[in-house]
Design a binder for this molecule. Structure first.
Ligand code: GLC
Ligand code: CA
Length: 588
């Protein structure tokens, strides 16, 4: 999978006044009670892939009205915010990540009124809305690019990265300026016969990169951000933020061993990604965010090699991203307690006190259900992952359907593939359709997603049993586990803001931690979270370790247990079945 591969390679409204004079009601999202910390330090953010969440008009494609219809569901799950993958007008080559107009809504998703209504209805339920902001590139159908491409002397020529090639190549065709490759396959340079120059694209050729060295580009994009902030969005998820700048030397990339799934030689991407200039842009964008009333937020899509690397994205003075994604933990891709322990500990100790944003699932990677599942205990394993995601000291990013245990449904035939990288890379790269299938609301033929006979991606067979309706009725479902964990984050101080202290239990492949907040008392106790990452039963003796933390403890009062047993637990005999989880308060 291309994104995971990239990860590995790197390891190498307060709702103010909307644009018109319309006043949106002041949302109820001032905070959820227990502390005065900014909301995003304890948030559960739910990613919605709008095409696949809920179709309201029967065309087989999800839309904004559909999302609004499902807000009660999101409220019952307990999420603080939703992040919408791009809903702007787009030729949909990269399903919205190729934007042709940044200040409008794609008609297939609805209208700007539908959007305003969604924001308002969400805020009524104390749910904030985050937009996806694609800064690196536009669609090739964006007016900025068509102007830029119209002639070498056009005023917007320099808004994109146009360069001369290197004459004629061995194949008789114009040779690109260098050997840089697109993440989505083949050369990153596209020849334009009209002007005889090439333009640069890190992603698809239909996604030309903007030239962030031109101050007008920055100005235009910051105006876009203000437009949506004024409409009441709570902030942005910044797409592919590490790709904003390229090395000006245009020197060839180092060629590495082997070939990628598109058949191209592997190349080092350090001249194309993660240039230091990005930090200046993030710093200035943070000022734009901060200038808006309410606690607005910048989330960033970054894949980093370790916590020290991740720490840089917060900014030297915590003045860049509030929440860069911490993919280290969620993409461990192995049920290895020692590895999780090390990464969770690093997130607590190496981010200078900043909040990690844990994430296991998104629209670019096979679902965690399949990446971690052993085919036999997938549900139990999913419960463990949910616990790591939601019972850690972190903000938590989840992806629609994760709470149900939706699985990856990769197309079996090339002709069924919708994601272009799956067509280009078939069969080594089958694209990202598998993790983008429609939300599974009920067990009906179209899973409650649409009334169309043919949704844009097929409804997985698993929807007959894995669906919201069935799981909400079942007290022992994965859905209920998610709901209970989210509720605990709200109701227990320790779970909301307590430090996360990892205990040493590698030997059993058990992952155990204590959440301890300032001012632990008998009525506001610390909490133990214990996960068995093995297929054998485990018994943990925790009394001594808990004592060492300076905590008084006699017994554990159970809050959540995957064996659904009742009653308290002996501190010296915490029993976990294979892949079992136990959460309990330390009482004395
Ligand atoms: C991000 C998005 C991905 C998209 C790419 C190009 O990585 O998450 O879906 O294809 O950027 O915009
Ligand atoms: Ca629709």
């Amino acid at each position: 999978m291309v994104f995971f591969r990239r990860l590995m390679a790197v390891a190498a409204l307060a709702c103010s006044v909307s644009a018109g004079a319309q006043m949106l009601s002041r949302p109820g999202w001032a905070g959820s009670g227990m502390s005065s910390d900014p909301w995003w330090q304890h948030a559960v953010i739910y990613e919605i892939y709008p095409r696949s969440f809920q179709d309201s008009n029967g065309d087989g494609i999800g839309d904004l009205k559909g999302i609004t219809q499902r807000l009660d569901y999101l409220q019952s799950l307990g999420v603080d915010a939703i992040w919408l993958s791009p809903i702007y007008p787009s030729p949909q080559v990269d399903f919205g990540y190729d934007i042709s107009d940044y200040t409008a809504i794609d008609p297939q998703y609805g209208t700007i009124e539908d959007f305003d209504n969604l924001v308002q209805e969400a805020s009524r339920r104390n749910i904030r809305v985050l937009m996806d902001l694609v800064l690196n590139h536009t669609s090739d159908k964006h007016a900025w690019f068509t102007e830029s491409a119209s002639s070498k002397s056009n005023a917007k020529r320099d808004w994109y990265i146009w360069r001369d090639g290197k004459g004629t190549g061995a194949d008789g065709k114009p040779a690109p300026p260098n050997n840089w490759q697109s993440l989505f396959g083949h050369s990153a340079w596209q020849y334009d016969a009209k002007s005889g120059q090439f333009y640069y694209h890190y992603f698809y050729p239909q996604q030309p990169d903007l030239n962030w060295r031109n101050p007008q580009v920055k100005q235009a994009m910051f105006d876009v951000a203000r437009f949506w902030l004024n409409r009441g969005v709570a902030g942005f998820r910044l797409d592919a933020i590490d790709t904003l700048f390229e090395d000006q030397s245009l020197a060839d990339a180092k060629v590495l061993d082997g070939t990628n799934e598109f058949g191209d030689p592997n190349t080092d991407k350090s001249l194309q990604t993660r240039l230091p200039e990005i930090h200046g842009v993030l710093h200035d964008l943070r000022s734009v965010i901060n200038a808006a009333p309410g606690q607005r937020l910048l989330v960033g899509e970054v894949y980093t090699k370790d916590a020290a690397d991740l720490a840089q994205w917060y900014g030297l003075h915590n003045d860049e991203l509030q929440l860069p994604m911490d993919t280290g933990v969620g993409f461990t891709n192995k049920l290895d307690a020692a590895a999780f322990r090390q990464k969770l500990e690093a997130a607590q100790t190496q981010l200078h006190g900043n909040t990690p944003l844990l994430v296991f699932d998104n629209h670019d990677n096979p679902r965690s259900w399949d990446r971690y599942g052993d085919g036999k205990h997938n549900k139990e394993i999913a419960r463990v992952l949910a616990t790591i995601l939601l019972a850690s000291r972190s903000s938590s990013l989840m992806y629609y359907g994760q709470e149900l245990g939706m699985s990856t449904s990769t197309p079996e035939r090339k002709e069924d593939v919708k994601d272009p990288i799956g067509v280009l890379g078939w069969p080594k790269e089958k694209g990202r359709d598998g993790e983008r299938t429609p939300m599974q609301w009920d067990g009906g033929a179209q899973s409650g997603f649409t009334r169309a006979a043919k949704p844009w991606l097929p409804i997985p067979m698993s929807s007959m049993t894995v669906n919201v309706e069935a799981e909400q009725k079942d007290n022992q479902s994965l859905w209920k586990w998610y709901q209970d964990l989210i509720a605990l984050r709200r109701s227990r101080r320790a779970m909301r803001e307590g430090q996360q202290i990892l205990l040493n239990h590698d030997a059993d492949n058990a992952l155990v931690w204590v959440r301890k907040h300032q001012g632990v008392t008998a009525t506001s106790p610390a909490v133990v979270v214990a996960c068995n990452l093995s297929d054998k039963p485990v018994v943990l003796h925790l009394r001594d370790e808990i004592k060492k933390l300076g905590l008084r403890g006699q017994f554990l009062r159970s809050l959540m247990r995957s064996d659904y047993g009742m009653g308290p637990m002996n501190l010296d005999e915490v029993k976990l079945e294979p892949f079992g989880v136990y959460v309990g308060e330390i009482h004395y």
